[in-house]
Design a protein around this ligand. Structure first.
Ligand code: AMP
Ligand code: MG
Length: 524
């Protein structure tokens, strides 16, 4: 395998002087050298051909023994020194101190076609940051991360990616429901790929320790590697860096709201400094449109990370990053201005995004109200988000809205209980469709042109929670065909793909309360 190894991170940043793999507080350093755990009987389950080609890995490489051994942690790439990163984080609103890569090991950085990538194994064993856990991952959560990160990429959502999914051949003990019934599950390792895995927490940790030298070294490194448009290193430049991170974070969250993705654990250690979706844990996809929905059982009570709160949490997390960077900037007013800008830009960008979902290309002062009313109607009775928006593009703007329910025909499939659409609920939909079709009259584009445009922002296929679970159940029995089918389907989420039509359907009733389908724990 011909990878162009650069080892950028370990070359430029301070290392933990202790080489032992004991669990500890690591200060004055950005990472610790570690060796992935040797696995019992590694086996590849799936490889992502596209990600491989982004890295310059050929199809022949993918099938080689060398690839299997490297990407399950049994062999170390020549001239590399794998390492785990040190970071801290605010978890559920509270400072949690040092966290770090407890089960992720960066193999190295590589360069291909002028792009730089970090290769990271998740689930490859203990590190100094493993705290009380085992450094491993199970097949269930690894399938979810592997499929979802690739699905998100093809949806156009900024995200880390995945190169391979392998079984370690080892058993891992997990208590899925945290109810005192642990059981053995198959251990798995995903190779994740990203320009960087640095998180907000990577900066917070040094600031919290008042280690401003390491903080500055890390920020300077980040700018050099990932924000080349920033050319010097003074306070103004650090502000520009913060503004760039703010913009990227906002952009990512707007995409989440567009496709109905709920991250589930937006702690600051899970916020990428590049605004990439990172750390796919108890995430979920909206099925019924519900601002209050969270997939994470740990967050059931306060629902801090619910769908409708993601934009606010993004801002809260940026505030923590601003505090961490303050010693380099020392200008609270300037940082505040950027944070206030997030709020303003959010409203603008959100409206723009929602208008694109509705196929509106021109401006009208009533658009805000139209969007608000739609969002409120979508909560009136359980309505599948994906099907509703996808089918909305079939509306004929010249069809009159009459008293009967025929105007609802194109979106009827999205209602879980269409028989509930009567009385005031029906009246409200009638009112909305009247406003919407009237509004469409102001647009000069044809119905067909509008449909084409809407179908590029409203996906037909998303990784519904129960779909992952079906792929997991089969994979657990050694059948990877559904995993591959979903992987292929999700490469083209905006295309009709008649052969996958059966996945363009509401969640089946059996999945409503099934573990893994509606709610997920952090156990992984
Ligand atoms: P998460 O909520 O998955 O983002 O994880 C929070 C922290 O716990 C991170 O520092 C992880 O590296 C660590 N962690 C999660 N699971 C494990 C595990 N099985 N072994 C070691 N560390 C873990
Ligand atoms: Mg994490």
């Amino acid at each position: 395998m011909q990878l162009k190894i650069t080892n950028t991170f370990t070359k430029d940043l301070p290392a933990d002087p202790l080489l032992e793999n004991t669990r500890r507080q690591v200060s004055g350093a950005c990472y610790s050298y570690v060796t992935p755990k040797t696995t019992k009987k590694p086996q590849l389950v799936h490889t992502a051909d596209e990600v491989a080609s982004v890295l310059g890995i050929t199809e022949i490489d993918l099938k080689s023994e060398e690839f299997l051994n490297i990407f399950t942690g049994n062999t170390i790439l020549k001239n590399t020194t794998p390492y785990a990163m040190c970071y801290g984080g605010h978890q559920f609103g509270n400072w949690a101190g040092q966290l770090g890569d407890g089960r992720a090991i960066n193999l190295t950085e590589v360069e291909h076609d002028n792009k730089k990538w970090t290769l990271q194994l998740k689930g490859a064993g203990e590190t100094p940051y493993s705290r009380t856990a085992d450094g491993l991952a199970v097949l269930r959560s690894s399938v979810r991360e592997y499929l979802c990160s690739e699905a998100m990429f093809h949806l156009g959502v900024p995200t880390t990616r995945a190169l391979s999914l392998g079984l370690s051949g080892d058993e891992v003990l997990r208590d899925v429901l945290y109810d005192g019934h642990p059981d053995y599950e198959k251990g798995a390792i995903v190779c994740r790929v990203s320009p960087t895995f640095l998180r907000f927490g990577s900066y917070e940790i040094h600031s919290s320790r008042k280690d401003y030298n390491t903080l500055k070294t890390l920020v300077d490194y980040t700018i050099t590697q990932h924000f080349p448009e920033i050319t010097s290193r003074n306070k103004e430049d650090y502000l520009q860096f913060f503004k760039a991170v703010t913009d990227k974070t906002l952009e990512m969250i707007i995409h989440w709201q567009r496709v109905g993705f709920v991250h589930g654990v937006m702690n600051t250690d899970n916020m990428s400094i590049l605004g990439l979706t990172i750390d796919y844990g108890p995430y979920g996809w909206l099925e019924g449109y519900d601002f209050d929905w969270t997939p994470n059982t740990t967050d059931k009570q306060h629902k801090r990370y619910r769908f409708g709160n993601q934009p606010n949490i993004g801002l809260w997390n940026l505030l923590q990053l601003a505090n961490a960077l303050f010693p380099l900037i020392e200008d609270a007013a300037a940082l505040e201005e950027i944070l206030n800008g997030y709020n303003e830009e959010f409203h603008q960008k959100y409206e723009q995004m929602m208008k694109s979902k509705l196929g509106l290309t021109t401006d009208n002062t009533s658009d805000k109200e139209l969007i608000k009313e739609l969002e409120s109607n979508l909560h009136l009775s359980e309505t599948d988000m994906t099907i509703f928006y996808r089918n909305l593009s079939n509306i004929n703007k010249n069809n009159p809205i009459t008293d009967d329910t025929s105007f609802l025909a194109s979106v009827l499939d999205s209602f879980y209980n269409p028989e509930e659409i009567t009385g005031t609920v029906l009246e409200r939909w009638e009112k909305w469709f009247k406003s919407y079709t009237q509004r469409l009259q102001e647009e000069t584009i044809t119905d067909q042109e509008r449909k084409i445009a809407m179908d590029t922002v409203n996906p037909k296929y998303v990784l519904r929670n129960y779909m992952s679970q079906l792929a997991i159940d089969a994979a657990d029995k050694g059948d990877y065909s559904l995993l591959d089918k979903l992987y292929m389907m999700l490469k083209n989420p905006y295309k009709e793909q008649q052969e996958y039509q059966k996945w363009f359907a509401k969640r089946p009733e059996w999945a409503r309360h099934k573990v893994g389908c509606s709610m997920l724990s952090c156990s992984s």
